[in-house]
Every structure is written in structure tokens, then in C-alpha cells.
Design a binder for this molecule. Sequence first.
Ligand SMILES: [Zn+2]
Length: 414
Amino acid sequence: MNIQHLTYRFPVRVRRNQHACLEAALEEERLMYNKALEILRAHHDETGEVLGRKELFPRLTRIRKDDPERREHAQRLQRGAFDRARVAFENAVNRNRKTGKVGYPRFKGANRARTFGVIDREGWSIKGNRLRCKGVKPVEFREIRELPPDVRSWTMTRRDGRWTLAVVVAVECSDTPAEGPPVGIDMGVIDQIATSDGARIKAPCEKKIDAEIAEAQRKWDRIVEKDGKGKPKKASMKTARARKERRRINRLIKKRANRRRDHAHKVAKKLALNHELIVLEKLLIANMTRSAKGTKENPGTNAAAKRGLNKSMLRASLSRLKALLEYKCRLHGSRLVEVDPKNTSRECHECGHVAKENRRRKKFRCLSCGHEDDADVNAARNILRKGRGSPEDTGLRSGGSETAAPPTLGQHCK
Ligand SMILES: [Zn+2]
């Protein structure tokens, strides 16, 4: 039996009498996070090793013993803070090792803590839409989707004045293979997908929300004062009005991102449910490092920069879709295969003739056999054919756990 960890997010209804205790929990998170960093850093400086949970948590017990004020707060949540610091520190050390640089997580300054929560299943409960945990008043969340019974941990996050509850749940993967014909996918224009069965999936239009963001941005520009160089003055950014407007802009940007993500989830789910094999083009590393700005010897023109931007956005949507498909395919028992995209947009699907001239913008017309098709659909069909013949297509289901992701928060549904 295969288990997959997923993160579900729920908006939280915060009651007026609840604000103070949530703020207090954040402040305690901050203090404990910093305390843990201090301990980790000292130990690392001395021994060159990162303390594990087993060594770190007894330190917390000692701190609570010595300081009655700490005992007033829930140990569950303090352990969460300690563990978040440990993970951040461990990541930094690994990064240092890789890059040869030296950097450590920063101590959190006033109001810098955003998240608090638990790391395991003890000492709290969720019933209906209510979370109970020692240290905070019962949290009521909006049940925008059904919550599976096996909840492993949770965190509460405040962002731009709003609270969200993120819950890690364990879900069983389907052990019957998915049904439905194999499909190839071509990422044509930004966020527009063509499939080998001739369908096109378009991303939702963002014109309206883009305009709203631009409008809010202009308003913010009017509110803040600028210095001689046109940079906003720090003091004027901290006024209540400027802060309020900034929050509004952030919320709009978040809304747009949420919509995009929601769309990507829906597309991925539909694909994973309806096809036993899904073939994607591989992200090529060579393309990823190419800078849009060009080099000193070979400066990029404006057009090249724009093309670079489009490319990077295309890569972003492709990698996002891939990440979603990876776990959804595991969940629903379908297979995901990646192929080298070389020539897939130039090759005729009917006769195999490869020529750049076969493709004219959105139309594909083979110079050799005269076959005509939508250019992206033709590419998707080639991608599918490559995927079917590839060595990766061994008939093994991706239900295996060889690449199963660890249960970290925010991995799948940011
Ligand atoms: Zn042809």
C-alpha cells in the first residue's frame, strides 16, 4: 500500500477575541525559533554537526524547566518552532557545503514570524471544521473541501492580515492502474497546452486582475513620497494608509497566483484521471541557464530578452505542471514519462519528415507529404510517440515509491 502526503489549505475565520492568542503564538514561535537557531549554531561551530531532533528537543525541556514564562506556552508549538529552525539550519548547512559559501538562517526580528504549528500527531485534534490544540483557542476553518481522516500535522500561517490553516494529510494511492488512452502534451504558448488527441487547454484570462493590480500599484505610488532618485521614502511606506494599500496589492497578486495554481491543479487532475500514460517534454538544463540579457560579447536585444522571458515563463508552467502530474499520477495509478523534445515541433507526424519550414506559426504543413495539422497538436503527437517507444515506458506503473516525496508542508499546494 502506497501513501502519499498532501497539503490542504483552508481559510480561517478568526474571531475578535482570538487575535491576541494567535499573535502570542507567533511571538512565542519567534522566540523559540531564535533560541533553537542559537543552540544549533553554537553546536555546529563547536563540532561541525547539525543537532537532530533527538538531541535538540531535550534542550527545550531544559529551557522550560528553567523559565516559568516558557512553561505558560504549549510545548507542542514550541517543538514545532524548534523543528522549523532545525530544518532551516540543516538546509543552510547543506547549501553551504554545495556552494562553498557560508550563510546561516537569520534570527527573526519583531513581527517576522508568520507560521506556527505542530510536527506530529500528538496533543491536538480536528473535529469537523474545528481544530483544538493547547495554547490556542479553538480554530474554526472554512471547509472548502473534504478533509481526509488521516491528518498528520498542521500549521497556521498569517499573511497580509489573513490566516490560513495548512494541513498535511496522508492519502492512499490507487493500486489499480488508471484507464484511458495514452496522451502526449505540448506546452505551446504560455500556459496553453495542446494534447495529442487534438484538445487545447487555455489558461484563464488575467487581463482584468492585471488591470486591478496596476491600478492599485498606481494608487500606492501616489500615497508614498519619493526621494530625489524616485525611490520611495521608508517612513512614508510605513504609514497606515500605505501599509493598507500594500496589503491590498499583495492580496490581489496572491489571488492571481491562486487562480493560476487552481487551474494547473485541475488540468493535471483531469489528465491523471483520464490517461494511463502521460508523456511530457523534458526540461532541458541547457536552456535553463541561458540568460535573456545575453553576454557582454553578445548582448541580447530587446526582442531576445522578451523571448527569454517567454521561455522562462514557459519553463515555469511546464515544471509546475510536471510537479503536479508527478504526484497526481502516483495517486491515480497512471504513468508519467518525459522525452527529449528535440525536433518534436519540426517533424511531420505522418511521414517523419523533419524540416524547420514544416512549421508556420500555428499551422503545420509537411513539405514532403502535405500533411496538415495544428502545429502544437502535431508536436504533442510526436511527443506521445517518443514516450511510447522510450526505454522509460517499461510498463511499470508510477505507483511505486521510488521518488515519493517526504511529508513536508507546502510542497504540493503552495
Ligand atoms: Zn509528412
